[in-house]
Design a protein around this ligand. Structure first.
Ligand code: DGL
Length: 259
């Protein structure tokens, strides 16, 4: 039995999509979530700055006695997880765009990937596409502006629909049959994507896989909370909590914390 919390961080509110998957699979685990929204988006910041921000978030979660940290951000994972694993002793779970399942399942030999600049330009992303994408037409698209719109409460806006129409058009024209969501903010786009994309498209994100990996690593390190009592969840943001509260359907208190 281990009641220490799982720490989760993202550049903002997007990682709550990962938190939901983790909470569904591991309902008795206590969690602490950090939304570093004041520094969002991480995507255009460059590797060194992203690493610095990840260190800041990690130190805070360690001070809060977390037993494992989920880096619920593709951009942070692809730029900083090797550094974090090399410099801290607790286990880290990362998230990467699900290129592998898309590449294995495509029938049209064309897949689309929507992610941030920081993810698409990272060494880890290139390694994964080289490993699984040979012979497949991979249409990469930077989702510039999407994270900011979600962070500012403009998820269901005309501006968002306009951006997505522009970003997805070349993918539709290239006859992709799988769209990989390479950013943890993007699962919140699902209702809009379903409106825009042809019905046969498969949309893939890595949320469920991250939750399963979290469970496996907790088991491996004997860190799982085996006591079946009600779990507690602390959500912290360094901006106005309104947007995050809405994404959590008003079910949880979100506190303002300077970090
Ligand atoms: N949720 C982050 C990700 O998965 C967004 C990155 C950003 O802030 O640019 O990449």
């Amino acid at each position: 039995m281990n009641k220490q919390p799982i720490g989760i961080f993202d550049s903002g509110v997007g990682g709550t999509s990962i938190w939901k998957e983790i909470h569904t699979l591991l309902p008795f685990e206590n969690t602490i979530y950090l939304a570093d929204s004041i520094n969002a988006p991480y995507g255009p910041k460059g590797e060194e700055r992203i690493k610095e921000l990840c260190i800041k978030n990690t130190e805070l979660l360690l001070n809060k006695n977390c037993k494992l940290i989920v880096v619920a951000c593709n951009t942070a994972t692809t730029n900083a997880i090797d550094y974090l694993r090399a410099n801290y002793t607790i286990p880290f779970i990362g998230i990467e765009p699900a290129i592998k399942p898309a590449a294995l399942q495509t029938k049209t030999n064309a897949i689309g990937i929507l992610a941030t600049k920081g993810t698409l330009s990272s060494k880890l992303f290139h390694k994964t596409t080289n490993l699984f994408g040979s012979g497949i037409n991979i249409i990469e698209q930077e989702g510039e502006g999407i994270v900011q719109l979600i962070e500012t409460g403009k998820l269901y806006s005309d501006e968002m629909k306009g951006l997505l129409n522009i970003y997805l058009k070349p993918m539709i024209e290239a006859n992709i049959d799988h769209l990989v969501l390479g950013c943890t903010h993007y699962p919140y786009l699902m209702p809009i994507l379903l409106e825009i994309l042809p019905k046969h498209f498969k949309i893939i994100d890595s949320g469920e896989a991250v939750a399963k990996q979290t469970k496996a690593i907790l088991e491996k390190h004997q860190l799982l909370c085996t006591q079946h009592t009600k779990s507690t969840h602390q959500f912290c943001t360094n901006v106005n909590p309104k947007v995050m509260t809405e994404l959590l359907d008003g079910n949880y208190h979100v506190e303002y914390l300077e970090f």
